[in-house]
Design a protein around this ligand. Structure first.
Ligand SMILES: *Cc1c(COP(=O)(O)O)cnc(C)c1O
Length: 396
């Protein structure tokens, strides 16, 4: 039988981060000691007080279908969280709980984009944005940034990227993969540009909000009165609470967008998992200080990995202010030969590191920036030391 797949699925690129993890597993199966710094997930367990809430939910027989947009108690917890942490006021009609922030993003894209609508993505962007946009008929418009602007999009660059077809702007802050954070004034400057283009809806992905090393304070686009009515604030528990596998994310949005996401979700997945939702009520209502020990640990590892990487000639790093990644510019290696392998791009370089240093990273091409690679430091200090020393040996 010939290939009966849709054009849509044929044009979809597999998630580069998951693909790298699969290659690393293959090498491990061959007996190689591969250090995985490619996946974006905390190497901590979910805190006990959250696990207890899940156990209790099982005993309390939370086993039926859940409301499509989330339990009322969870929506109220989300409302409390937005108010407490972000100064944002939402009512229940503006909240939708989904199976991870990833589904929340997909819902919003499906809800807002028509064929050919343009979505501005400052590069580097989170790996799935461009494929989610493409899958829903939209056209990603990549806006390059560089290490000189700390990988942040300037108002001038935003202005230049806007066309009559621009429908949305998507960004994450703190940014995966660069660790950059847009401060309040920087967001205001972008909002000033958007003032002239009232048709543009903003998706502000704030999933790393709490993983912030204290240089720039977190700010939400929706906290500007003139942006509130056209901003979708996306968040979730995967990163801050070490709950990647629980699959709960949520949005605070204008009611008409929330209603559309609810309608879509009702036909596709229904409400998110019952036990996970109950556990997340506890996660959100308890003080964020209870998970600060993880941030403190990431902070130490950040310092360590930056000092080790800065010793390697050809690696140029910005100072990531949040999340748990570094995104070094490694373009100095392009055109060079390492162990008989010619490095022409970031994908070659990441593959070279996997084969010759047995360290898994992710090519910057997957994030719309072909000069860098993403290295996750959600790993033990011992693993970080060993990995970076192997990388150094492989490239010098
Ligand atoms: C991990 C991640 C997500 C997806 O979160 P889930 O809740 O696991 O679906 C979304 N955006 C960014 C920037 C991420 O790093």
């Amino acid at each position: 039988m010939s290939n009966q797949l849709s054009d849509r699925i044929n044009s979809l690129v597999p998630s580069a981060t998951l693909e790298m993890a699969a290659k690393a597993r293959e090498l491990r199966a061959e007996g190689k000691d591969v250090i995985g710094l490619s996946l974006g997930e905390p190497d901590f367990n979910t805190p006990d007080y959250i696990k207890e809430a899940a156990k209790q939910a099982i005993d309390d027989n939370y086993n039926s279908y859940t409301p499509v947009d989330g339990y009322v108690e969870l929506k109220d917890a989300v409302i409390t969280k937005f108010n407490r942490d972000n100064g944002l006021t939402y009512d229940r009609s503006q909240i939708v709980v989904s199976t991870g922030a990833k589904q929340a993003l997909y819902n919003v894209a499906q809800a807002c984009l028509n064929q050919g609508d343009e979505v501005i993505l400052p590069c580097p962007y989170w790996v799935s944005y461009s494929d989610i946009v493409k899958l829903t008929g939209g056209v990603p418009v990549e806006v390059p940034t560089s290490i000189e602007s700390d990988f942040k999009m300037t108002p001038e660059r935003l202005e230049a990227a806007i066309t009559p077809k621009t429908k949305m702007l998507w960004y994450s802050s703190p940014c995966n993969p660069s660790g950059s954070i847009y401060g309040r004034e920087e967001l205001r400057a972008l909002a000033d540009v958007l003032q002239k283009h009232p048709q543009i809806v903003v998706v502000s992905d704030e999933i790393y909000e709490h993983i912030n090393y204290g240089v720039t304070q977190h700010a939400s686009m929706a906290s500007f009165e003139d942006m509130y009515h056209r901003t979708v604030t996306v968040n979730g528990v995967a990163k801050a609470f070490a709950m990647t596998g629980w699959r709960i994310g949520y949005i605070g949005a204008p009611s008409y967008i929330a209603r559309a996401c609810n309608k879509l979700q009702g036909q596709v997945t229904s409400g998110a998992n019952c036990i996970a939702q109950r556990a997340v009520i506890t996660a959100l209502l308890e003080s964020p200080d209870r998970v600060k020990y993880m941030v403190d640990e990431f902070k130490n590892r950040r310092k360590l990995i930056l000092s080790l990487l800065n010793e390697i000639e050809g690696f140029e790093c910005n100072g990531p202010e949040g999340a748990f990644y570094v995104f070094p510019d490694i373009s100095a290696f392009f055109g060079k030969e390492l162990n008989g392998k010619t490095i022409t791009n970031a994908s070659d370089f990441a593959m070279y590191l996997l084969e010759y240093a047995n360290v898994a990273t992710v090519t910057g091409d997957a994030f719309g920036n072909g000069n860098g690679i993403r290295i996750s430091y959600a790993a033990s200090e011992e693993q970080i030391r060993e990995a970076i020393s192997r990388i150094k040996a492989a490239v010098t």
